[in-house]
Design a binder for this molecule. Structure first.
Ligand code: NDP
Length: 331
């Protein structure tokens, strides 16, 4: 197997200095283990957090360990009763071309229902995050105005579309005119705000005349601050992520205008998608249906070759991609 090892903890944006790529023999599976030939590796902003030596909802990746990542692939050997050679599975396979992992952590996926890579995006962790984040944490109601940042990304693009499906207005914030056009013309958002070229606060005011009932935040920082100024009474602010802060070398600054929460009787709540593990089936059922009927669309950006890992990962922070970012490592 070819694998990417975390060799040094990054400060700021991770680079090739932080990883080594090595070849290693594939171990024989022990009882309960499964050997998987990886096809696609998921590149997620959360991985930046896993590189940090700090307490979080999962332990950090250790120095000298294979970088943790979700992935999909095909079973090539199995000593687990649930999986046979030829099955396709989704799970934490790590950044490696062949993974030997406990079968209990894997889920079977069906490549005849959707392309394998979709199980890392719309039918995977990002899609489920959008679903429960908006409907449960955001307590979406028909007629609401939903504002979502990181709107052209894996999670944000689904948030806006679910909002529309449920009879709400959707306004997205994304970087650049092309992404903004994509949101409105292809994904059916009501409006889009280009945070790289427009005055975000002024554009929120213009595009959300009845204020914002749900702000789904993927980016944090200044954009969160701008969104807080336009909350409607009883608004819900869903803290899904804060990608603008992940490579920060300074201390994260709090939103200076959080007092709008008081004035607007609003609440701000964080969540982790894994909290909904027992209810993933509900999300799959709804999202699968919406995909089949064409109500839900998705894009992905595929980078080929495991040796491209660091450059590909950096696209999450430069925004040089559309929709879900994946690394393809074999056919
Ligand atoms: P995306 O596909 O959205 O990729 C990241 C995007 O963030 C980029 O494309 C870029 O888009 C935008 N971005 C990067 N830097 C900045 C910045 N400084 N300011 C504003 N936008 C920026 O990633 P995901 O959809 O996978 O994840 C979105 C968020 O959701 C992340 O914060 C992630 O950590 C979080 N998350 C949380 C989960 C949970 O359980 N709570 C689960 C899964 C994800 P652009 O071109 O528009 O700048």
């Amino acid at each position: 197997t070819t694998r990417v090892i975390l060799s040094k903890r990054p400060e700021g944006l991770p680079s090739d200095d932080n990883f080594t790529i090595e070849k290693a023999p594939v171990p024989e599976p022990a009882e309960g283990e499964v050997v998987v030939a990886t096809k696609y590796i998921s590149l997620d902003p959360a991985m930046r957090g896993w590189m940090r030596d700090a307490p979080s909802y999962v332990p950090p990746v250790g120095i000298g360990e294979v970088m943790r990542a979700g992935g999909v692939g095909e079973v090539i050997a199995s000593r687990h009763p649930k999986f046979s050679v030829g099955d396709h599975v989704n799970g934490l396979l790590g950044v490696q071309t062949v993974a030997c992992v406990p079968g209990d952590g894997l889920h079977a996926v069906d490549p005849s229902l959707a392309p394998l890579s979709a199980y890392l995006g719309v039918l995977g962790m990002p899609g489920i995050t959008a679903y429960f984040g908006l409907l449960e944490v955001g307590a979406l109601a028909e007629g609401d105005t939903v504002l979502v940042s990181g709107a052209a990304g894996a999670v944000g693009s689904i948030v806006g579309q679910i909002a529309k499906i449920k009879g709400a207005r959707a306004v997205g914030i994304a970087g650049g005119p092309d992404k903004c056009r994509h949101l409105v013309d292809e994904l059916g958002f009501d409006a889009a705000i280009d945070y790289k070229n427009e005055d975000v606060a002024a554009r929120i005011k213009a595009t959300c005349p009845d204020r914002v009932n749900v702000y789904f935040d993927n980016v944090g920082g200044e954009i969160l601050n701008a969104a807080l100024t336009r909350l409607a009474t009883g608004a819900r602010v869903v803290i899904c992520g804060a990608i603008s802060q992940y490579n920060n070398l300074e201390e994260v600054k709090g939103p200076s205008n959080y007092m709008t929460l008081l004035v607007r009787r609003a609440r701000m709540e964080g969540f982790i998608v894994f909290d909904y593990a027992e209810r993933y089936g509900e999300a799959f059922r709804d999202m699968g249906g919406w995909l089949t009927t064409g109500k839900l669309r998705y894009r992905e950006t595929v980078v080929e070759g495991i040796e491209q890992f660091t450059d590909a990962f950096a696209k999450l922070f430069s925004g040089d991609k559309l929709g879900k970012l994946v690394l393809k490592v074999s056919d």
